[in-house]
Design a protein around this ligand. Structure first.
Ligand SMILES: Cc1cc2nc3c(=O)[nH]c(=O)nc-3n(C[C@H](O)[C@H](O)[C@H](O)COP(=O)(O)OP(=O)(O)OC[C@H]3O[C@@H](n4cnc5c(N)ncnc54)[C@H](O)[C@@H]3O)c2cc1C
Length: 240
């Protein structure tokens, strides 16, 4: 098959380093690129391709990604992407993919994420084409270190400005000196969201959905505990 039919090009227009191993890039795509909030794109460089959830909303001009470095020798694409700055180009499959999308039918939306797993949720929250006003939304984000919360200010602002949206970042290593300034929630994300279920009891199970995205152990743990009782969708970023 003619490669040009499947691939397009994304130019890095902006890059922001978040920590020594986390960064964001904004891509200008060569041609019209459509996706639904929550979906992922397939990025390639030197013929190596990996999926990345899109953090921007479809209404934005640039496609924003939030990436974690997996150092060599394990990581293959991320050590290459890590060295790319403004002006450099990656390939993109023309079609975005994924079923991890906002499910409008559920009044209660519980979204559990770790570090880069927040990306598809940010896309959903930014998109004006999704009406979130009639939903109760809880966004939980877990990280070992507080500087790994890539969208902290944006999501705190969203939560402060919308009574129906609650953002709960939680730090799993509160005793580490790097986290000494943290006075928010502590613990692993899969252990701390149970207070939500004080309000969501069995009577609500038909109008409640749980999303889990990011670290495979967190996702598996939540799936094991809740997927039989509640509608559940997941996106594991790698296999444990
Ligand atoms: C649907 C989907 C969406 C994704 N979205 C994102 C995203 O938004 N941001 C992002 O950074 N990554 C995302 N990933 C992971 C991404 O596709 C790559 O696997 C990752 O960037 C590592 O690529 P690599 O080529 O360097 O290493 P790989 O060759 O992909 O992986 C090397 C090894 O590291 C493991 N691994 C992969 N990622 C991690 C990690 N973060 N921490 C620890 N071990 C890991 C793999 O299981 C494998 O054993 C997503 C994956 C999927 C399936």
């Amino acid at each position: 098959m003619d490669k040009s039919k499947r691939f397009t090009t994304g130019e890095i227009i902006k890059r922001e380093n978040i920590t020594h191993d986390l960064w964001k890039i904004w891509l200008k795509i060569d041609e019209k690129f459509t996706f639904d909030p929550g979906q992922y794109c397939t990025v390639g460089y030197e013929g190596i391709e990996r999926p990345y959830s899109i953090a921007s909303s479809p209404e934005e001009d640039l496609v924003e990604l939030f990436i974690e470095l997996v150092p060599e020798p394990d990581g293959i694409l991320t050590p290459l992407l890590y060295n790319l700055y403004e002006g450099e180009k990656v390939t993109l499959r023309k079609r975005a993919k994924g079923l991890f999308k906002f499910q409008n039918d559920f009044e209660n939306q519980i979204m559990l994420t770790t570090v880069t797993g927040i990306a598809p949720i940010v896309s959903m929250m930014r998109s004006n084409n999704l009406d979130k006003s009639k939903h109760n939304i809880w966004i939980y984000e877990g990280a070992s270190y507080i500087d790994e919360f890539g969208y902290l200010e944006e999501l705190i602002g969203l939560s402060n400005n919308n009574k129906n949206i609650n953002f709960v970042p939680t730090c799993s290593r509160p005793d580490d000196p790097k986290n000494r300034d943290w006075n928010g929630m502590t613990g692993r994300v899969n252990d701390i969201f149970f207070d939500v279920f004080k309000d969501i009891n069995d009577a609500n199970k038909d109008n409640t959905i749980i999303y889990a995205c990011g670290h495979p152990e967190m996702v598996s743990d939540i799936a094991e505990k809740y997927s039989e009782k509640y509608t559940f969708i997941e996106e594991k970023f790698w296999t444990a």
